[in-house]
Design a protein around this ligand. Structure first.
Ligand SMILES: [Zn+2]
Length: 115
């Protein structure tokens, strides 16, 4: 049997991408910000951060409301989070920045992977 084998870039540990929790004045851990893995995955030459806001922030806080002035507001969309550390953070669904020529992938168990 013949076929094409696609070799995907190796997963990038979130902890290597300078992750920081995103806080609002009244709520802790409403999201995560990290260096986009696009450079390490050979998708682009620029360096920039991505911010992803959670549906279920840390410490039981409510998610941030849809606010277009927020970094990472993403049209009001919020990601389901599990995990409490950068090493085990897990988001659902995938994070899609392909519309700006960037990474489309997912964060599972602290590892950034290509979709
Ligand atoms: Zn990128």
């Amino acid at each position: 049997m013949s076929g094409i084998v696609l070799e995907l870039p190796a997963p990038v540990p979130l902890i290597d991408q300078e992750p920081v929790w995103v806080h609002s004045p009244a709520r802790i851990g409403v999201g995560v910000s990290f260096l986009c893995p696009c450079r390490k995955m050979g998708l682009g030459d620029h360096q920039h951060r991505l911010t992803v806001l959670f549906l279920n922030p840390l410490a039981g806080a409510k998610p941030l409301e849809d606010d277009t002035t927020l970094a990472g507001n993403n049209g009001g969309y919020r990601w389901a989070r599990s995990g409490l550390t950068f090493e085990d953070l897990h988001l659902s669904p995938n994070v899609d920045a392909a519309s700006v020529g960037c990474w489309n992938g997912y964060l599972h168990d602290g590892q950034l992977r290509l979709f």
